[in-house]
Design a protein around this ligand. Structure first.
Ligand code: NAP
Length: 293
């Protein structure tokens, strides 16, 4: 695994043929309310993306479903032509409906269309990393991914996609995907208070596969816990900083993509994630997600 000089907290990780800082950026919050429509402040959104790259971030997470099409086009407007170092990860597997819902769309024709939409929106000939997003808004749902993931693997063989991942997936679906084609990353919901994937993270780390937690700060409902506030107060840091630092310390294969629509919050998050947590801090924080520990 190669390394990369980075001033960002957490060092680097290699995703396929690209080494990126472990500190990345999730673009979902740049769309309008509930990830529908354009942002209230388009120039502010472009400024966040440019600041991310200026800070040294080279892993940006997006989806054609965000907006829909809004965050991908903002990324293109802000950053195209892309620096060689930039890895844009996107997703297929869901569309948006008029009410803002995320209906699954995983027939082979859907997957091909969504890859084409991502290519067009981002203005590229091949996508760096594409996740097959499974399950629904409540979380992963058991069931075979062979047909949609096989379609994605075929698009990879055709050169339209460089690397594959799965998202919102069960451990069984991760294993099924890996039997079909190599994956470089799993993107599931995980944070201090939601630790369903602890075993999966460790197993993926042993195999050199990245784990990218979505909702690292709690998503639409910011993380809140007395232990989190207590550790933050002791460290003179914000709860957000503690939550991000904890993820970086959790395992070397954990890559961060915290979302924000604010340049100020982006800078705060980068600075805050460098916080060194003591063993006592970690033990206290562990009790949030594993009450028995
Ligand atoms: N695969 C999937 O199914 C899936 C699902 C959800 C998300 N994702 C990906 O995961 C990424 C991260 O998730 P997320 O953005 O939804 O949730 P998140 O990173 O857990 O939290 C984002 C929220 O935290 C706030 N925030 C960020 N930094 C802050 C700070 N320093 N102080 C105060 N508030 C702060 C943001 O508000 P402000 O805008 O005001 O800063 C925003 O409301 C997304 O961008 C997306 O790329 C993937």
């Amino acid at each position: 695994m190669s390394t990369l000089e980075t001033t960002l907290p957490g060092g680097s990780w290699t995703l396929g043929d690209r080494t990126v800082p472990r500190f990345g950026y999730g673009a979902m919050q740049l769309a309008g309310p509930w990830v529908m429509g354009p942002p209230a402040d388009p120039d502010g959104a472009l400024a966040v993306l440019r600041e991310a790259v200026d800070l040294g971030i080279t892993h940006i997470d997006t989806s054609a479903a965000y907006g829909p099409h809004v965050t991908n086009r903002l990324i293109r407007d802000a950053l195209h032509p892309y620096p060689d170092s930039l890895l844009v990860a996107t997703k297929v597997g869901a569309d948006r409906d008029a009410g803002g819902g995320w209906p699954p769309a995983r027939q082979p024709a859907d997957i091909r269309r969504q890859v084409r939409e991502n290519l067009d929106d981002l203005g590229v000939d091949s996508l760096d990393l594409v996740y097959l997003r499974l399950g629904d808004a409540e979380g992963p749902v058991a069931g075979s991914l062979a047909e949609p993931f096989g379609t994605l693997a075929e698009l990879r063989r055709q050169g339209l996609v460089r690397h594959l991942g799965v998202s919102n997936a069960t451990a069984e679906q991760v294993a099924e995907a890996r039997a079909i084609a190599p994956i470089v990353s799993v993107q599931n919901m995980y944070n201090l208070a939601h630790r369903y994937d602890d075993e999966l993270i460790d197993a993926l780390a042993a195999d050199g596969v990245a784990y990218v937690p979505f909702f690292p700060l709690g998503g639409f409902t910011p993380l809140q816990a007395a232990a989190l506030s207590g550790v933050a107060d002791r460290a003179g840091a914000s709860p957000m900083a503690v939550a991000l630092a904890w993820l970086l310390q959790r395992s070397p294969n954990v890559l961060l993509i915290p979302g924000t629509s604010s340049v100020t919050h982006l800078r705060e998050n980068v600075a805050g994630a460098a916080l060194a947590l003591s063993a006592d801090d970690v033990a206290e924080l562990d009790r949030i997600g594993r009450p028995g520990s």
